[in-house]
Design a protein around this ligand. Sequence first.
Ligand code: SAH
Length: 405
Amino acid sequence: MEPSPIRQVKPKAEGWEQRKDAQGRPLLQFSSPKRGKPPVHLADLTPEERIAKAKELGLPGFRAKQLAKHYFDRWTRDPEKMTDLPKEGRAELVAGMLPNLLTEVRRMQTDGGETIKFLWKLHDGALVESVLMRYPGRITLCVSSQAGCGMNCPFCATGQNGLTRNMSAAEIVDQIVRANEIIAAGELGGKREGDNSAERVSNIVFMGMGEPLANYARVMQAIRVMIDKQQGLGMSARGITVSTVGLAPAIRKLTEEDIPVTFALSLHAPDDTLRDEMIPVNSRWKVDEVLDAARAYFDKTGRRVSIEYALIKNMNDHPWRAELLADRLLERGKGWVHVNPIPLNPTPGSVWDASTIPAQREFVRILNDRGIPTTIRDTRGKEIDGACGQLVVTEEDERAAALPA
Ligand code: SAH
């Protein structure tokens, strides 16, 4: 297929400069800058380690299990409410095992209160966001796994601000527990009148700030806690989506974990020429290698992989690229993958636009005609800068965070 004559707009523009490393390549940050570690929390620990920690705090090990019930099933962190624990030592136990990790700074709402974006302050002042969304029959939380992101993708607001630090497993999990607490208090809009059912977050997407596979061990611990039925949140692994920019070795490691989470690959271009420009990490792991890793994920778990593709006008939305994408997916078989194009969301100072509606339709049609299930993803929260790629700490956020709580 011949490249289209349409000029390919490269991610270069006046007034915008990508951060570069000493060799002049787009800067990639894999290791977390050193900062004070967040306090250790029950959700950072395995059940055995929790028992040891309770003993360290001078209480019998089984108290750890009771505390886990309060935190994971009732979303309680208030010692006053934990009347099954002896009064003596209760406050110390709670302070020692359920330290406060997230302080709410701001909350923004849209969709009649059915979408809420939270800005959280971490113990060291780092700021992160999560987005809570009610859909018919499910409640989804988009969680952050890092404060900032080191992957430097030019069209993503988070990537443009660099990596502040990795989040701990408990900081990741606490976003869910706090959301559950808020839902239980009736603060998420859209619940039908007369519906008295207990509600909680049912689906998790790792599409907030950060590259989850660059914070692998902590993200995996968080996932283990999410799916632990006895001493965790008891969520279904299928309802958890891990989205990555394509760190191939980490995708292979995830495959070996044999936890059937939903896997999403942010591909955005089927050819290395363009993907090198759009996704700096493509300099390490090329399209073929990440697609092979994604296919192997399907083989091992039987879970259909999603390919994310932000449609950017005249950049990656050409019909010939849709054909090329189809070729590359079909080379690896049928029925293992579906494609989720997302019209580009605007980001501060962005020089690119979303594809036109006809271009979007044509892109989808080509893939569907080739037998690849493709649906445009509706992204929520654009009005509050809460949609994919828009999460970033603004000056206003910094100001709000500096105010006394
Ligand atoms: N780092 C992970 C997860 C965070 S981003 C990843 O890259 O997959 C979640 C999704 O939003 C990714 O598919 C990402 O490519 C996409 N995204 C980033 N910026 C966007 C933008 N401006 N418009 C639409 N989608 C965007």
